[in-house]
Design a protein around this ligand. Structure first.
Ligand code: BES
Ligand code: ZN
Ligand code: ZN
Length: 482
């Protein structure tokens, strides 16, 4: 994993020695008492009037950029403005080949340093592992210093952890299949467990066979590389939930579609990202354990390639799943639900208080809301949905709820088995969710991240390629809940 991609965050107690200083201001800031010269203040006021921001000042050795914010007292969904402003400052720092700076918040917005920090650290991410020689061009910016009076110790640590975890998820998504097979993914998860302090158990193919996980085994049939089933558990001495919280992540390390080979041009290009749910879930476990949150969490990650090899499962096959239900496979490209179903059914033995699965499950979710958010559905109570949705607005990893009306169950009725794995052309994201529901018997939410897990162009600090979506969302949700 790339260490180079991580910007260092440091807490300092003054700005005296800083060669580069970034100052955040708004209407509440006393501009006259910032230690600027009379001319500089006039210049700054003019810039603000003309909406030019940030403004650069040179004071001897010191470079100062003053960033003026129009919006004070941000609503949760406006927090994104500050992250994006952080990104804008970052591009100035890298253009000027600056390596470190101190950020100073002079606004009343308490989380300004945190939000700018997220924008800067996440925006400074690079995946350089496979570059060589002169093609290795790391950004010059390396270290962001925050003032201890601008951010609490707890928030500073949370910022460090959550940005690091997001980058871990991005790294995993950006890894190609040539490195990241199911077995390698298990090794990466074990490394994370060691580093953060959670237990990892990896089931091999024989164990998966003994557990009769027919979905995972069938999807794996066309591949030379074996599947794995990973159980991650974080159980601190003191935790607030009587029953465990369970996270489930789709770990299809590559999706060719199988024999129902992905049909259209370029539709396979991004399919190394089909384990983004697994990456996020593993990274969230890392964050929870690092932050020592008082919560008992288990993560389940089924992992395999989906390939059309000689023994591959075929359309028409009937598969007996882990919970005994039979599934008629009518499209081998609807493989995510096959492996998730086994994991969701396996989750029942833990008697969980809540299960949240994350999966790059359907093109339908992507077509419905593009790359602007996550499609979700499930039977967890309204309070939980509201809390998750609020975390979504706060972290800008927004969610849209899709219906699970019982009529949709008709769409996935099979002539010869209990269920079929496709529901026809309409309501694809919903029918995938309806399919999964048959394998649950507990409060549950399904997050379809197909549209947001991997981007084909930069979108602010959510850079092109793996985004690590869901890490900040779930960390915030879990931190608030427990
Ligand atoms: N991994 C894909 C979904 C996907 C599509 C993720 C685009 C990211 C971007 C999934 O396994 C899939 O192929 N789904 C099919 C299901 C269909 C055959 C019922 C789809 O959505 O087309
Ligand atoms: Zn597929
Ligand atoms: Zn897939």
């Amino acid at each position: 994993m790339s260490i180079m991609s991580n910007t260092i965050l440091k807490l300092v107690n003054n700005t005296k020695t800083a060669k580069t200083l970034l100052v955040i201001t708004d209407k509440s800031t006393d501009l006259d008492n910032m230690g600027l010269s009379k001319e500089s203040i006039v210049q700054l006021r003019n810039a603000i009037k003309n909406k030019i921001s940030p403004v650069h000042f040179q004071h001897g050795e010191k470079n100062i950029w003053i960033d003026y914010q129009e919006k004070e007292a941000l609503t949760p969904s406006e927090k994104e403005i500050y992250r994006k402003s952080g990104l804008k400052l970052l591009s100035i720092l890298n253009t000027h080949k600056i390596a470190s700076c101190v950020l100073h918040n002079l606004t009343n917005q308490k989380d300004a340093a945190y939000l700018y920090g997220e924008g800067i650290v996440l925006g400074n991410y690079q995946f350089l592992k496979y570059k060589t020689g002169k093609n290795i061009q790391p950004n010059t910016f390396k270290e962001l210093q925050l003032l201890d009076k601008d951010i609490t110790k707890v928030d500073f640590t949370a910022l460090q952890i959550v940005t690091e975890a997001t980058i871990i998820a991005r790294d995993l998504v950006n890894e190609p299949l040539s490195y990241l097979t199911a077995e390698q993914l298990s090794k990466e998860i074990q490394k994370l467990g060691k580093a953060a302090g959670f237990k990892v158990e990896v089931f091999n193919k024989a164990k998966i066979q003994s557990l009769k996980m027919g979905g995972l085994l069938s999807v794996n049939l066309g591949s030379k590389n074996p599947p794995t089933f990973n159980t991650l558990e974080y159980k601190p001495k003191i935790f607030k939930n009587k029953k465990p919280l369970i996270l489930v992540g789709k770990g299809v390390v590559y999706d060719t579609g199988g024999l129902s080979l992905k049909p259209t041009e370029n539709s396979m290009d991004k399919m190394k990202s089909d384990m983004a749910g697994a990456a996020t879930v593993a990274a969230v476990m890392y964050a929870i354990a690092k932050a020592k949150l008082p919560v008992h969490v288990i993560a389940l990650i089924p992992a395999t390639e989906n390939r059309p090899g000689e023994n591959a499962y075929v359309p028409g096959d009937v598969i007996k799943m882990h919970n005994g239900l039979t599934v008629e496979v009518l499209n081998t490209d609807a493989e995510g639900r096959m492996i998730l179903a086994d994991a969701l059914s396996y989750a029942q033995k833990y008697n969980p208080e809540l299960v949240i699965d994350l999966a790059t499950l359907t093109g339908s979710a992507q077509r419905a809301i593009g790359s602007e958010g996550i499609v979700y559905m499930g039977n967890a109570d309204e309070k939980i949905k509201k809390a998750l949705s609020e975390s979504g607005y706060k972290t800008h990893e927004r969610l849209v709820e899709f219906p699970m009306w019982e009529e949709y169950d008709e769409y996935i009725k099979s002539d010869i088995a209990d269920l079929k794995n496709v529901g026809g052309a309409l309501a694809g994201a919903t029918t995938a969710g309806m399919f999964l529901k048959h394998f649950t018997n507990y409060p549950w939410l399904h997050l379809d991240i197909a549209g947001v897990a991997m981007l084909d162009k930069n979108d602010g600090y959510r850079l092109k390629n793996g985004t690590g979506v869901g890490v900040r969302l779930l960390f915030d949700f879990i931190k608030n809940r427990y």
